[in-house]
Design a protein around this ligand. Structure first.
Ligand SMILES: Cc1ncc(COP(=O)(O)O)c(C=O)c1O
Length: 390
């Protein structure tokens, strides 16, 4: 492992002890059950939503969310998405027969630049799939106005931004749906895992069906289940497959870790923010971009974005970080401009990545390096020294 990895100790000995204690129970059940239910309830309470559905990854949360959108818009349509995001945000759109319409991001928060939105919206726009990247808030009043006035869906990808806020309210509570990832480096980790959240009862039932083969028996509302049963007299009520679903369930073990991690999530968010504030105050603003909008941040990682396109400086930075054993990723969230990825180029003719200049700049001249609760001030000073050593 690098001396300064992207994440350290995210699954603690304490987490492992809770698993061991759980396993000591004679009648232990490991597949989705009471612990998953308890984690969903605790997460809903922490976030401030009515329903949470625990799945096996953030990508599964993305895929099920867009499948639900397809349920309501079987004819397809356009979904506005940033090119600076994770691949599953884009391929969940493509795999469900929608068309991704890319909108470039702002340097201030690494999320869709709201001033570009109006020109992207057409009569076929069904949804804005907003990524809150790297712990920054991506929401604006303008985005909320647009989705309300045009009656289009908002799905928030909060995978990298647990606990970040807009107007003092947690991200993931504004959209029709929101998605979280609990992969290793995230603010809360269940080793692998993800969550879909919503305040809508009907979406909740359908999402539960999508998670588990499409089965009606997974739905929470008895009234809804009964309706499906009455309308399908020829079927065994235990085996009514309402929608073309998946198996994206997680396990009791992952939920046990999630419940334990939730106890320290707020404390860890504060530590990461404190680290990021120190890091940013030590960055040379002539070399690296420092003017991020920190309102409501829940920092995920230190972002290093060169102000100028200087290839020599970039090569020196990479060489110095490698020698100092500092792990880094070029391209920030999702490795940079998704439009440069083969899977997009293959599916969308004549799309030019250079038409998204901010994202493209981050693709070539942007990095993130690890920020985690255990990182001490001395280490941040050392990292700052290395990255300024030109
Ligand atoms: C913005 C974003 N969306 C989705 C995902 C997918 O999450 P997972 O790795 O849990 O599948 C990630 C992964 O880190 C992400 O950063």
């Amino acid at each position: 492992m690098k001396n300064y990895p992207l994440m350290k100790n995210n699954i603690t000995n304490d987490d492992l002890s809770t698993i061991i204690n759980f396993l000591k129970d004679d009648n232990v059940r490991l597949t989705q059950g009471e612990k998953v239910k308890a984690f969903e309830i605790a997460w809903s309470k922490w976030l401030g939503v009515k329903h949470s559905i625990f799945v096996n990854s953030g990508s599964s949360a993305n895929l099920i969310s867009i499948s639900l959108l397809k349920h309501y818009f079987p004819e397809g349509g356009e979904i506005i998405v940033p090119p600076l995001t994770w691949s599953s945000d884009v391929f969940s759109i493509i795999r469900n027969g929608f068309t991704p319409v890319f909108a470039d991001v702002s340097l201030k928060n690494l999320a869709i630049n709201s001033s570009l939105l109006e020109e992207k919206i057409t009569k076929n726009t069904k949804c804005i799939f907003l990524t809150h990247a790297q712990g920054y808030n991506g929401l604006t009043n303008k985005i909320l106005e647009i989705v309300k006035d045009r009656n289009i869906w908002l799905i928030e990808d909060v995978c990298e931004s647990h606990g970040a806020k807009f107007n003092d309210k947690k991200l993931g509570t504004f959209g029709h749906l929101s998605n979280f990832s609990f992969y290793y480096a995230h603010h809360l980790s269940t080793i692998e895992g993800g969550m879909i959240c919503t305040n809508n009862d009907e979406y909740n039932d359908l999402l539960r069906a999508y998670r588990s083969h499409g089965l009606v028996r997974e739905m929470q509302s008895e009234k809804t289940r009964n309706k499906w049963i009455e309308n399908n007299e020829q079927l065994n009520p235990e085996f009514i497959f309402a929608v073309a679903g998946y198996n994206m369930r997680s396990t009791e073990l992952n939920a046990v870790i999630g419940l334990n991690q939730l106890l320290r999530l707020d404390k860890n968010i504060n530590l990461r923010n404190k680290n990021n504030n120190k890091f940013l105050s030590g960055l040379d603003g002539d070399i690296f971009y420092t003017d991020f909008d920190l309102n409501g941040q829940s920092n995920y990682a230190f972002n290093l974005i060169f102000v100028n396109k200087d290839k020599n400086k970039r090569d020196t930075l990479e060489k110095n970080m490698n020698s100092a054993n500092i792990e880094f990723r070029r391209g920030s969230a999702g490795g940079g401009n998704q439009i440069r990825q083969p899977y997009v180029k293959k599916l969308i003719d004549n799309i030019n990545p250079e038409n998204y200049p901010i994202c493209d700049h981050i693709h070539f001249y942007g990095y993130y390096i690890g920020n985690y609760p255990d990182l001490d001030e001395k280490s941040i000073d050392y990292i700052l020294n290395v990255i300024h050593d030109f």
